[in-house]
Design a binder for this molecule. Structure first.
Ligand code: NDP
Length: 283
């Protein structure tokens, strides 16, 4: 058996086609969905993420702007910029690219973004609403993961989902979303004992660790759906996931690749949140 590849690239393309039509409709009503991305400093990975996000916005016909600030920008200056954007009716989504330079407090910056424009879904109000299952902007990577699992056509309800990783941006929120879809969820982390024994009981295994090819076939039950969130650059410069793709593919029912898996879906859900914001809060 060889697992079917869930291509984030293909699914993202399909979803972006639908989004193009939604943007067209909004434009007819005089609304152009607008996203501002703020980048502080010149972190090379951040620069490439920001570029990809802007390109995706342009592809679906949205307005996008990049505010690229120097590394020396103070927290007050950044908060001032966010405050202006919160009031700007042309902008429906604000994204501050993380990580920020050390002298800027990430929490304060996230809290300063209007929850109505927080298309990353990181503001405590959106996080709280997600926890209680109320309307909110869902965080992009976890939301994209759910879409990929749903694409398989396999019912999430009743399945045992094991999530490796408990970060605020991936592990915790994806666990909650799976729970809301009626999965039975186990969350593992660096202090988990007998990790392999737990992951081998997963119908759905999500690896969000940040360790290249850590998940070998010994961690996976035959027939499991395997979602690889990890993005790791190894010594020869190539990008690999947290899962040993070639090996695990042989026993998984479905598997996501890296690159071309969760990454494109993360950006797609960002576009989706911005369009949602433009519909809900047009000006
Ligand atoms: P974090 O570093 O914030 O979290 C990693 C998690 O993995 C932690 O909870 C940690 O446990 C756990 N962990 C570390 N080592 C082990 C181990 N040996 N066994 C079990 N658990 C372990 O990372 P993120 O959640 O931000 O990201 C995870 C990966 O996903 C990264 O590679 C990142 O680049 C990628 N990513 C990809 C995105 C995409 O769009 N494709 C978006 C966001 C992230 P503990 O809490 O105990 O420290």
């Amino acid at each position: 058996m060889s697992g079917v590849i869930i291509s984030g690239k293909v699914l993202a393309k399909e979803m972006r086609e639908t989004m193009k039509s939604e943007v067209e409709e909004l434009k007819k009503a005089g609304i152009i969905p607008g996203l501002t991305v703020i980048l502080v400093g010149n972190n090379p990975a951040s620069l490439s993420y920001v570029k990809a996000k802007r390109k995706a916005c342009q592809e679906v016909g949205m307005y996008s702007e990049l505010i690229h600030l120097p590394e020396s920008t103070t927290q007050d200056e950044l908060l001032g910029k966010i405050s202006e954007l919160n009031k700007n009716p042309k902008i429906h989504g604000i994204l501050v690219q993380l990580p920020l330079p050390e002298h800027i407090e990430e929490k304060a910056v996230i809290a300063a973004i209007s929850p109505y424009k927080d298309v990353d879904g990181f503001h405590p109000i959106n996080v709280g609403n997600m926890v209680i299952g109320d309307s909110c902007f869902l965080p992009c990577t976890p939301h994209g993961i759910i879409k990929m699992i749903e694409k398989t056509g396999i019912e999430i309800s009743g399945k045992h989902a094991v999530v490796i990783g408990r970060s605020n941006i991936v592990g915790k929120p994806v666990s909650l979303l799976l729970l809301q879809k009626n999965a039975t969820v186990t969350i593992c982390h660096s202090r988990t004992n007998h990790l392999k024994e737990i992951t081998r009981r997963a119908d759905i295994l999500i690896a969000a660790v940040g360790r290249p090819k850590m998940i070998t076939k010994e961690y996976v039950s035959p027939g499991a759906i395997v979602i690889d969130v990890g993005v790791n650059r190894i010594e020869n410069g190539t990008l690999v996931g947290d899962v040993d793709f070639e090996e695990v593919r042989k026993i998984a029912s479905y598997i996501t690749p890296v690159p071309g898996g969760v990454g494109p879906m993360t950006i797609t859900m960002l576009l989706s949140n911005t369009i949602k914001s433009a519909k809900q809060f047009p000006a």
